[in-house]
Ligand binder design. Structure first.
Ligand code: SAM
Ligand code: SF4
Ligand code: SF4
Length: 339
């Protein structure tokens, strides 16, 4: 008789469903809101190669998570396409049954990589793009990458059959508010799902201020002023984006209101850093070192026990309690922990 394992839940009753894996802490962009050049300059010490989990180690950990109920795996970073032979990792992970694998990229070298990723078993992809004009885009990526390079990456992903394609845009007051309507106009009717992200206070280096956040409500209103939209039901519990459809049937958009309408109560995500630590919240100040036992030869049962215990004790709800009290505390950078 088949026995079903009880679902692993944290201290607030939230199931463990979603694993984000950072495959590199390096990036070819220096987005001002993520890896500001003053901090991530030529002297910044990135992780040395031996510190990185190998593909075999990552795959082993991912299998353990799948056995605990994880059914969504996202590769991220840093810029995941900079990890050498990342498609070989995609091939290993896509063989884990019952999991949906995806990847978030800045798109700069996607044109070269899209077909190899598809061939390795990747089905869908998310590409970040914060503006459609080079002046704004270059000011934000601070590394001279053009909009055209990213659009070519998106086109290559479409041609390779990656589906659906989502495009993420972080909106910052006074920086790229005009991109809201530009991007909506561009991607309407293309089949690509555009998602706006409220600027978040991740890490400790991006100089975040609440005044720089353009709220989800304002983003929705700015779009609705051009093209009426109506809300859609969430497709799954724990979905981070609030979804809207254009009333004229030209597709949908999503808005991720992490600051103004936090969704901690449904947060089912855990993050595996490039060097093998687990973080139960994007805003965590400490990780749980999984690499040491992994490399010391721990068996699956021991690792499963550690992961289960970590999740069962989890009480994180940073975005819901974001306040003066949480402002000064140490936070890990998103490029290391995985966006
Ligand atoms: N390098 C890849 C990319 O940019 O798509 C993957 C990693 S990046 C950390 C993942 C996502 O986090 C991107 O869509 C990025 O725009 C978003 N992000 C980074 N810093 C952010 C911030 N301060 N607020 C909101 N979103 C942020
Ligand atoms: Fe790199 Fe992505 Fe961070 Fe931009 S958001 S600096 S592309 S990791
Ligand atoms: Fe999840 Fe932490 Fe973000 Fe809340 S703040 S949604 S607990 S990652």
């Amino acid at each position: 008789m088949k026995t079903t394992q009880p679902r692993l839940q944290d201290a607030l009753g939230r199931p463990l469903q979603d694993l984000r894996i950072s495959v590199t802490d390096r990036c070819n962009f220096r987005c001002t809101y993520c890896m500001p050049r003053e901090i991530f300059g030529p002297d910044h010490a990135f992780l040395p190669r031996p510190a990185l989990l190998t593909f075999e180690e990552i795959t082993r950990v991912a299998r353990l998570f799948a056995s605990l109920g994880v059914h969504k795996i996202r590769l991220t970073g840093g810029e995941p396409l900079l990890r050498k032979q990342v498609e070989a990792l995609v091939a290993q992970l896509s063989s884990i049954s019952g999991t949906d694998l995806t990847l978030t990229t800045n798109g700069a070298i996607l044109a070269k990589k899209a077909q190899a990723l598809r061939d390795a078993g990747l089905k869908r992809i998310t590409v970040s793009l914060d503006a459609l004009d080079d002046a704004t885009f270059k000011r934000m990526n601070d590394a001279d990458f053009t909009v055209k390079q990213v659009l070519e990456g998106i086109e290559a992903a479409q041609l390779a059959g990656l589906q659906p394609i989502k495009v993420n845009a972080v909106i910052q007051r006074g920086v790229n508010e005009h991109a809201i309507v530009d991007l909506a106009r561009h991607f309407r009717g293309s089949g690509i799902i555009l998602r706006f992200i409220e600027f978040m206070d991740v890490g400790a280096t991006n100089g975040w201020r609440l005044d720089d956040v353009v709220s989800a409500t304002e983003i929705q209103q700015r779009i609705a002023a051009h093209w009426p939209v109506e809300p859609l039901e969430p497709t799954a519990p724990g979905e981070v984006a609030e979804r809207y459809r254009y009333c004229d049937g030209t597709g949908e958009i999503g808005i991720i209101a992490s600051v103004t309408r936090p969704f901690c109560r449904d947060c089912s995500r855990i993050r595996l850093s490039t060097d093998g630590s687990l973080f139960t919240c994007l805003f965590a100040s400490h990780g749980f070192d999984l690499k040491t036992p992994l490399r010391a030869g721990a068996d699956d049962a021991t690792l499963l026990q550690s992961i289960s215990s970590l999740w069962q004790h989890r009480t994180d709800r940073y975005s819901e309690i974001r306040s003066e009290a949480t402002q000064g505390r140490r936070k890990i950078e998103m490029s290391y922990i995985g966006g």
